[in-house]
Design a protein around this ligand. Sequence first.
Ligand SMILES: [Zn+2]
Length: 265
Amino acid sequence: MSTEIYKLIDTHAHLDELEDLDKAIEEGKQAGLVAIIAVGQDRESNVKILEMSEKYKGFVYPALGLHPWSLCVSDASKIAGNLKFIEENITRAVAVGEIGLDYDKRVIARADKEPQKEVFRAVLELAGKYDKAVSVHSRYSWKDSFDMVKASGVKRAVFHWYTGFSSVLREIIAEGYFISATPAAEYHDEHRRAIRETLLQNLLLETDCPVTYGRETKYQARPSDVIRSLKAVAQIKGVSENVVADKTTENALRFFDLPGWTKKA
Ligand SMILES: [Zn+2]
């Protein structure tokens, strides 16, 4: 039995956390992936991601990040050092991310809302200054995250793995921003609802690998699992996989301004 191969882009992958990256890249290519956006979270992972984007040039594209979780384990000078690193290397990146706010109580206990916002504001400012897209983590902070992105004037933003309120989602869409679908779209009610309420033109696909997914059977995601995101979106929206693949890949090429996307005058 043959399965159709679609051209897909994993728009949010923590490649620096994967074991056997060569194999994961090869599997991804065989599964139809044409590009991966590798997101960083702290200075160490940003360094690795830049190296990977050289090694897999034209396939892995770097996004330089400062994850809210890194505030839990880094002191102020480390954060400042990463901000400086991002600015020094930003022209090599297609985006700034993963950045954002996380209001989960376990995170708040170690990094309060105000310091999180301060850092998020600083990194959004960089994205704005260099006209970069942003990949935003907005767990339980959907409204604040959206408001801060909008206030920063950043033009291209994706609220990755969105599971938040429909009211904020409407604002995201009205602003021309995006959300992205992970393999959790196979079973997670809030994520499925968000995808249902978002037009294909505002949707990207991703894996957030190596996140562990699944209800009964658990598995650790790899970039090739973006096919699960594709199939789940097609099923939720009742459109063919082909249409979802074409549209979301075109969206990603344009959103990240990747080679192969020609800006129309
Ligand atoms: Zn992530």
